[in-house]
Design a protein around this ligand. Sequence first.
Ligand SMILES: [Zn+2]
Length: 153
Amino acid sequence: MRVSPVHNIERHTNNQHGVVHSSNVFAAICVCDAVPRAMLQNFKQFNGRHGCGYCTHPGDGRGHARVYPITPANTFDERTHQETMQHVETVLDSTEDSVCGVKGPSPLILLPGFDIVKGVPPEYMHSVCLGVTKQMTGLWCDGQNNRGRTSHT
Ligand SMILES: [Zn+2]
């Protein structure tokens, strides 16, 4: 399949007074499930090394899961569109299958002004409906996890 860049999605209309209005259309975000999100971005999937689509953390493989522990001594930069485009160029010029989790160009980068990182947010189903909010609230509020850091007096 060949994908061509989208240029200048612009529409001109005349109103009843003969005034020309021009409208430009941009794709601001692309919301989808985690598996197709990585495919659309052409990134490694969430369970692969450098599988986080938002930062450069390589993650630690633990059994069948990949975790991304953050400590004060273990922080990683957020991904940027510009840096991702550099990774695309690097992986295209190399024999590696990916660079920092970026496997190659994505058709989404052909959309004018589309940010390949910020334009693909976490989706509602996994972030809210499937228990992440419930889990985080439980972790924050459960007395078992208190360790004496807060007081109930
Ligand atoms: Zn991350």
